[in-house]
Design a protein around this ligand. Structure first.
Ligand code: HEM
Length: 531
């Protein structure tokens, strides 16, 4: 690295990027106070796939949407680009010292115990749970609609879907019935409702400043702050944490008891506890670590899929032609299933629906609900680049030296809109691109675990629940789109991509109300073919 830098004479400051409006805040207000990935798209269009911007006190940071650089950081370098410790302190506050929090060898140990529960057979076995929860929600919608005068209802989609996916995580991950679709006042549903928005949404300049300078504060002090602060956002995180931990303790005891009596079941947590029992003593997860896994699964596994589903329904309401095409495919598949005597969708049925697959991929590309991933260079390093960049002094460079400690934002949002990968219409929502063979044939640098999108990341820290999420999205979409029609309302024209760590739909002018996406829902009519 040092020889390279001496030879090339390149420093991060030479990389093109936006002017900094303030020495104290740098570009961070534009980055964190706009809508999710809004600044990313603007900077990418102006400066390309590597952008240098300023953090507080004129510190150079980089935002990356270049595939080769991302592949290097996430896939090739193992653990050389750890998560910044102030971000880990946030993870600790929300979900404890879980897989999401650990680094290096400890991460390998956690991942090894958790992986068997998230493999292909494990994820596929969860489909009946997802089908069941999707049906419970759609039965409620059917009652509401058929009992209404207009035979339609305006539903706040995220409020419904987040409770249904909380129930789905309860059943699929823990074999427990939370019942939040029947009772929106249940303690768990209330605790999780709008949680991430309450903790991280609409950050003030002071909060952004604190989040940025927290890197200079030792992690123990940050953890202590998380445990004791009276700040309402931190208190909100603590309330959820304590509820989830007591639930976790109960479940860990129940599962261990069940497995001792060899009454195992197919849910994720039973597989995890079993895998932990089979692991040698030194590598086993402790009880505290098991509770943390359960908390992270509850959080990472429910609002992510729920927000993705909300965005999917918004696009269907915006594009009736896509909605009709998807519904026709679902109903044709259903008719074929019924002809074979099957009543429930199986994985093979999803595999036989190319338009549904294309539509879901496009939703995941266009709305990656985790739109940023934060890393720090653990040592001096040199990033390869897919496309050379021209420095501010006109020099063409094919690699970028990054000093140890460089703060890196991997822009998942901007990578998923990179025109070199997805074409000139990358900013247009167009499922057709996945059915078009040109995209399939294009030899892209391999980065993401799913369809080379960055939505679930790639490499050893890729989302462990991605198969779980994709099957859950398939199950919910086929259930609701097969039965209902979705139309825009006045408010749905005002929907914002709120940046609350997760990309969340809110309504312009009513952001403080949290997740909102009001759509008009009615029962979808049958076609002349009878389905
Ligand atoms: C559409 C749905 C989902 C999306 C877009 C998503 C996205 C992501 C991303 C981008 C990461 C990496 C974060 C980083 O390192 O910066 C991640 C990690 C993780 N996700 Fe997901 N996720 C989804 C659903 C799920 C589900 C359903 C589960 C569990 C049931 C889950 C569990 C996890 C866990 C435990 C990690 C930490 C993995 C590690 O660090 O080794 N996620 N997810």
């Amino acid at each position: 690295y040092k020889a390279y830098r001496r030879y090339t004479g390149i420093s991060l400051a030479d990389v093109p990027g936006p002017e900094s409006p303030s020495f104290i805040m740098g570009n961070t207000k534009e980055l964190y106070q706009g809508q999710a990935a809004e600044a990313d798209f603007k900077w990418q269009a102006q400066y390309g796939n590597i952008v240098r911007f300023k953090g507080p006190f004129s510190e150079n940071q980089i935002m990356i949407s270049d595939p080769a650089a991302l592949q290097y950081i996430f896939v090739k370098s193992g653990y050389r680009f750890p998560k910044p410790h102030e971000r880990r302190a946030m993870d600790n506050m929300v979900s404890g010292k879980s897989l999401m929090w650990v680094e290096g060898e400890d991460h390998k140990r956690h991942r090894k115990v958790l992986s068997p529960a998230f493999g292909v057979p494990g994820a596929r076995a969860l489909l009946p749970f997802f089908n069941g929860c999707a049906e419970s929600m759609s039965n409620k919608w059917m009652d509401l609609i058929t009992n209404s005068k207009e035979q339609s209802a305006v539903l706040n989609i995220p409020a419904w879907v987040s409770r249904a996916t909380l129930d789905a995580v309860g059943e699929a991950a823990f074999d427990v019935r939370f019942g939040s679709i029947d009772n929106k006042e249940s303690a768990l549903a209330r605790a999780y409702s709008n949680m991430l928005h309450d903790i991280f949404g609409s950050p003030s300049s002071e909060q952004i400043f604190f989040q940025e300078v927290a890197k200079y504060i030792p992690i123990r002090i940050l953890d202590y702050f998380g445990e004791t602060s009276n700040n309402p956002r931190v208190q909100r995180a603590r309330e959820v944490a304590s509820l989830a931990t007591s639930l976790a303790k109960q479940m860990v005891t129940d599962k261990a008891e069940m497995l001792l009596h060899r009454k195992g079941s197919r849910d994720v947590f039973s597989l995890l506890v079993k895998s932990n029992m089979d692991t040698d003593a030194k590598a086993k997860l402790t009880e505290e670590e098991l509770y943390a896994q359960m908390r992270v699964i509850l959080i990472a596994g429910h609002e992510t899929t729920s927000n993705t589903l909300s965005w999917a329904l918004l696009e269907l309401a915006r594009h009736p032609e896509m909605q009709y095409r998807l519904r026709a495919e679902i109903r044709e598949t259903q008719a074929a299933m019924h002809a074979h005597g099957d009543t429930e969708f199986a994985i093979a049925d999803f595999d036989a629906m190319p338009y549904a697959a294309a539509f879901i991929k496009e939703v995941l590309r266009f709305y990656p609900v985790v739109y940023h991933s934060y890393r720090r260079a653990g040592q001096d390093d040199v990033l390869p680049l897919s496309q050379p960049i021209t420095t501010r002094f006109g020099k063409l460079i094919h690699e970028l030296p990054v000093p140890r400690g460089t703060q890196i934002i991997a822009s998942i949002g901007a990578y998923n809109r990179n025109k070199d990968l997805w074409g000139e219409d990358a900013h247009v929502f167009n499922p057709e691109r996945w059915l078009n063979s040109a995209l399939k044939e294009k030899k892209a640098t391999s980065v993401g675990v799913y369809s080379n999108l960055m939505t679930f990341l790639g490499g050893p820290r890729a989302c462990i629940g991605w198969r779980f999420a994709v099957i859950e999205i398939q199950a919910f979409l086929t259930e609701v789109v097969g039965k209902f029609e979705f139309a825009l309302t006045d408010k749905s024209e005002l929907v914002r991509r709120e940046a609350s760590v997760l990309m969340t739909p809110t309504v312009e002018g009513e952001v403080e109300k949290g997740a909102q996406l009001p759509l008009r829902v009615s029962v979808a009519s049958r076609t002349e073919k009878g389905y």
